[in-house]
Ligand binder design. Sequence first.
Ligand code: ZN
Length: 114
Amino acid sequence: MRLRFLTLLRCPGCRARLALARSELQEGDDLIEGELACTACSRPYPVRKGIPCFVQGEDYAASFGWQWTRFAHLQRDSYNGTHLVRDSILRRSGWTPEFRATTPRSWPTCAARW
Ligand SMILES: [Zn+2]
């Protein structure tokens, strides 16, 4: 993850800002392996292979993979004719459609597919 976008992330538990807690592998601005931590509640969020993980638990990847394999098309707004994913991402992140238009490289892959 690019550390310059750290100011855009919030703790899912309390919505406070996150900070870099530990860097194990970093290439310039890219944190490849390390850990973020909430500045208010100190909850840790590991970063593995450049991806911050906001869900605790071992079964996260298996559950997410099953969901995307089974419902890959149903969860795309362009497929189901809704704006559910777009609206959910905008509501939860606080981002605006203008943010997406001005910073396309920073937009998450899941959001780019709506
Ligand atoms: Zn927190």
